[in-house]
Design a protein around this ligand. Sequence first.
Ligand code: IPE
Ligand code: IPE
Ligand code: MG
Length: 246
Amino acid sequence: MTYAPAAKEQPVSDGPRHVAIIMDGNGRWAQARGRPRLFGHHAGARRVREIVEACPGLGVDYLTIFAFSTENWKRTQTEVAGLMSLFRRYIMKEMQEFVRYNVRVRFIGDRLRLEVKLRALMDEAEAMTRDCSGLNLTIAINYGGRDEVARATKRLAVDVAEGRLKPEDVDLETLPRYLDTCVLPDPDLVIRTSGEARISNFLLWQSAYAEYEFIDTLWPDFSARIFSEVLMQYGARERRFGTVRA
Ligand code: IPE
Ligand code: IPE
Ligand code: MG
């Protein structure tokens, strides 16, 4: 199967350029069908393709998806191992398709805790899609906003200690350069599926001024149609960034 441009969707005027999604609800989706949680994760992974395909037609240049948090290690060994194996298979299967569909893939999160085989595949996917100029797809694996800020601060402290950065030069421009997302614009819209109204440690720094949409749909049921409806709602919002209406 190849990625095809979404023909029927129209770009949303004033739509978000960068959409970040907390893909939640796979476990409940599986449970409702009397199946193991991993069944839901597999169904969820299949949905990603549909949303990726829809992005260019909807005017979305950056899509960032939360696949595994720094807190998700607390789940059973079976679920964690199943997810890691799903990530390996997913990357292996989709890599060629990303190139064909001009999708540039990046990963954010702490890779050091991930198994070597998965890390190698992540590196390979990033290298293979380096010249792709279409959608920027960022996949967050072993990602936590607090962990990211802590890792960034550590690197920044090393630069200060070794004389590459002066303490007085640390400001709102400098600090984000140390974050995993240093090459990405801030998200305009953060969507969370499954009805939970929390951010669960996702893009804490970057989403300071994002709009949020909490959708009741469970992630495996989140279709391109629902996605485009959510983007339409975003178009109707007024973003003020601290100012008042002129
Ligand atoms: C989101 O679905 C996927 C991951 C966190 C890996 P969940 O697994 O959290 O599904 P629910 O919230 O239990 O339904
Ligand atoms: C957030 O979902 C993480 C991902 C979607 C990968 P969780 O299901 O882990 O979040 P909590 O535990 O409900 O806050
Ligand atoms: Mg959940």
